[in-house]
Design a protein around this ligand. Structure first.
Ligand SMILES: *Cc1c(COP(=O)(O)O)cnc(C)c1O
Length: 480
């Protein structure tokens, strides 16, 4: 192509000002503002100049291309104003998937956020007295209903009945912050005894020894990786011991020649020596997991009933709420943590309180099916299979093979690491694409579908897919 004809082509391009005066764009400016539209127009024009420079146009084709210029700008604005944080469909079968935002919120939580966070609220205001209030009250009252429920079920005043101390709860940003706050409050500059078998690393660089160092507590390791006896704790106690810490192993198990004291034994030791016992439960369920066959995942109530002084757990793991760190325990100890200036730095905002209050309300009502993570855990393999068959029927074609195979969903989020929930998987292969290519195409659909690749097939687990998203999955395969 001749050089002078290229400069003729450049001359055909409108200026940015001319371009944004075209009809669809002047309307777009009214909606999106001039800054956004002008930037998009610049991007589109500079892309055109690159194409001319690359010799992609001649006198004829550029006329046709230029007629679509305004439409290109409209599309550019649409792309540029997309949120980065987006809804995705989780077909991985990992219920509490940290990379996918852990637990989805209940519809009650979303509604409560909408109703309170768009305006002013009584976050720290006592409506009755007209005076300053505390933000914790909104959830502490519900935690009390849930956690004090089964404590001391015998009638008050019964001979021999010990009144259990009232349990109160405070909220911080996440469970890592909860552990930090507990260690710093009770053991700054002093020793904390932890079993070597519990010096865990949870994903996202939460390591107990590192949190310990940041809290200015001194780690006193006892026992060995696989075996720690009560006597190991006992002989490590000295005048500078201010805390016993028990950590849930969350994402791994130690099997074989193992030993660790019963929780009750640790509680007794802590009482005898007058040292508080804090347990980092990690997931910390408020729901009786035994009822769905999960035996080994301790609940918050189990620990409180056993006599643990303070338990720490996440809001967005098995509890099924927003990201938060919960500290539940005896009133004195909780007050001490509330008085620590770190608590102010780690506090959470009204969105979290709103979401947490609504989620806890569901527990009080025992409306477990309204909590997505719990509902997903309770889905039977048969219910999942029926949905999988329906999708398979729509998707099967000469190019796409679909098998239903047995598999396991996992809870994730460091809960019950060895527990698996039997499920029915869709295993899909295409004659046109490799499994990796197929998975990549699913991620490009809207909303993106996140699947797994296993033995040259794309595998989808509907346990973590909301029922109303099943059609999106079928459509994504049909529009490959
Ligand atoms: C998940 C987990 C944590 C970290 O909780 P976040 O809420 O993610 O900060 C800490 N300890 C244990 C045992 C866990 O399972």
């Amino acid at each position: 192509m001749k050089v002078d004809s290229k400069s003729d082509l450049y001359r055909k391009l409108p200026s940015v000002d001319e371009l944004i005066r075209e009809a669809p764009l002047s309307q777009l400016i009214a909606r999106e503002g001039p800054v956004v539209v002008t930037a998009a127009a610049r991007t589109v024009l500079s892309r055109f100049r690159d194409s001319i420079a690359g010799g992609e146009f001649d006198e004829e084709s550029i006329v046709h291309a230029l007629s679509g210029l305004a439409a290109n700008v409209v599309e550019e604005v649409r792309q540029a104003s997309k949120y980065s944080l987006r809804l995705v469909i989780n077909a991985t079968g990992v219920i509490l998937h940290t990379n996918l935002g852990r637990s989805p919120l209940t519809s009650g939580a979303l509604e409560h956020i909408r109703n309170t966070a768009g305006g002013y609220s009584n976050l720290e205001f006592d409506i009755e007295s007209g005076e300053r209030g505390k933000r914790d009250v909104h959830v502490d009252r519900l935690f009390r209903k849930i956690l004090n429920a089964r404590v001391g079920t015998a009638a008050p005043g019964c001979p021999g009945e010990q009144s259990s101390p009232e349990v109160s709860t405070i909220v911080v940003n996440n469970n890592a912050a909860a552990v930090l706050l507990a260690l710093n409050t009770f053991a700054e500059g002093a020793e904390v005894i932890v079993s070597r078998g519990e010096l865990v690393e949870i994903g996202g660089s939460f390591r107990i020894p590192d949190v310990m160092a940041k809290s200015h507590a001194i780690l006193r390791e006892v026992g060995t990786t696989n075996r720690t006896a009560l006597s190991d704790y006992e002989s490590a106690i000295n005048s500078n011991t201010k805390l016993l810490l028990r950590v849930h192993r969350s994402n791994f198990e130690i099997t074989g020649f193992t030993q660790r004291p019963q929780l009750e034994e640790l509680v007794n030791l802590a009482r005898r020596r007058n040292i508080p016992l804090v347990e980092d439960l990690g997931s910390g369920s408020l729901f009786d997991l035994h009822s769905i066959g999960l035996r080994d995942e301790p609940g918050v109530l189990d620990s409180i009933h056993a006599g643990v002084d303070v338990v720490t757990y996440s809001g967005d793991k098995l509890l099924g709420g927003p990201q938060a760190g919960l500290l539940s325990g005896s009133r004195d100890l909780i007050s001490k943590m509330r008085a620590n200036s770190l608590f102010r730095a780690l506090r959470v905002d009204k969105l979290t309180y709103a979401a947490l209050e609504a989620t806890l309300q569901a527990y009080v009502k025992q409306d477990y099916d309204s909590i997505p993570a719990l509902r997903m855990m309770r889905l039977s393999k048969d219910e999942i299979r029926v949905r999988a068959e329906k999708i398979a029927g729509k998707v099967r074609s000469p190019q796409i093979s679909v098998d239903l195979i047995d598999g396991d969903s996992v809870i994730g989020g460091g809960a019950a690491p060895s527990a698996v929930l039997p499920t029915c998987l869709l295993a899909v292969a295409s004659s046109d694409f490799s499994a990796d290519e197929l998975a990549a195409r699913l991620r490009k659909s809207d909303p993106p579908i996140i699947s797994r690749v296993q033995e040259d097939r794309v595998v989808l687990d509907l346990r973590t897919v909301f029922h109303e998203q099943d059609d999106s999955i079928a459509n994504a395969f049909m529009n490959l």
